[in-house]
Design a protein around this ligand. Sequence first.
Ligand SMILES: Cc1ncc(COP(=O)(O)O)c(C=O)c1O
Length: 423
Amino acid sequence: MHTYHTPLDLVRDRSPERPVALARPDAVATAARWFQDRFKGDVFYAVKANPSPWVIETLAANGVMSFDVASIPEIELVVRHAPGARMAFMHPVKSRSAIRSAYFDHGVTAFALDTHEELAKILDSTDGAADLTLIVRLAVSAEGAAYSLSGKFGVESHEASSLLLAARQATQGRMGVSFHVGSQCMRPTAFQAAMAQASRAIVRAGVMVDIVDVGGGFPSVYPGMMPPEMADYIDSIDRGFAEMMVHEDTELWCEPGRALVAEASSILTKVELKKGDALYLNDGSYGSLFDAAHTKWPFPVKLFRNDGGVATEVDGNLKPFRFYGPTCDSLDHMPGPFWLPEDVREGDYVEIGMLGAYGVAMNTRFNGFGDAETVEVSDAPMASMFGLAGRAIRLPREQQEEERKVVRFSRPKGRAGKSRRKR
Ligand SMILES: Cc1ncc(COP(=O)(O)O)c(C=O)c1O
């Protein structure tokens, strides 16, 4: 991978025609070490958040050698870039051939499930293996999350007892429970509440579990979404685990995706046209900006200009802009608002930050685009949960007003909200 100190150096060196993904391995390393030091259990990286080889390699080099995988291609990726790593197949619905290949070809023994049918499939496809770790995914409240993952997966409480019992009886190996509080969880106590829900399910079923997997959901910083400190999430999990009805040797697992990688990547895009407050960029919703289009998150931005060989970061009066991507689809629209200097013009470069999670992972080839190159940069991310940069994203006064509205609207009531205001 080519390395530059900053994105500005890249613009100065060769004003790129195609979008460029900017990789910051140091940010992945810092987040990985933070989780390894602070989480009192095993950290499984959710590969789906960002399957780039440099991410897998950096995590492995910094002690994260466990991976939550959702498919055979993800398993093959981990085998290639983190040889010897431990994997858990946490997708609750898998094909028989994927289960078989995971178990027999790759030595994966941990499988998630949320139905009796999937349990039968796992047992059949592994020829009734004796060393399975079966993880029952429970449905829990996603109230504190900016991006709910409830609805599709997780067994509801009234059906959980029979499935927990069946899983316990089906394996001579280990059995556990998992859940997902929803992605970008803004309320640390959501973990403690979900663990209390899981504990009640275990007690009702009358089973003992060997693993409690608290899933992902750990947040990052985006405009309008300033979460509490990451340490508050760990405290909530510690309290939740202490209160659970589990035996002394029960293991604690987590599966962070976003929190390990969100800060570590941004995308450098080129302005192809300015039409009023709309900027037409060479990357969009079918590239790395899926969340900017579909969940309408306003990601932070910076502007660079190469004026006859003199490259600068452009400052000045900020105005709200919206973006269109390069495809012909009108859904290729990112409403923002993205605050950029008002004199932004064709040929300028917009760096869109905090795209390491669910950014490059979503890239498609639609309309012949999506061919982004990756270069490494060593400057700080635009915001950080781990002290690499200010936590707040610098915004003009008008947007700070908008920010307050968004935060007030999205933050759930309760202790987490109060403690944040005190800081
Ligand atoms: C099973 C599972 N674990 C972990 C994650 C990672 O979640 P997050 O990126 O919110 O930490 C996901 C995300 O979809 C998931 O489906």
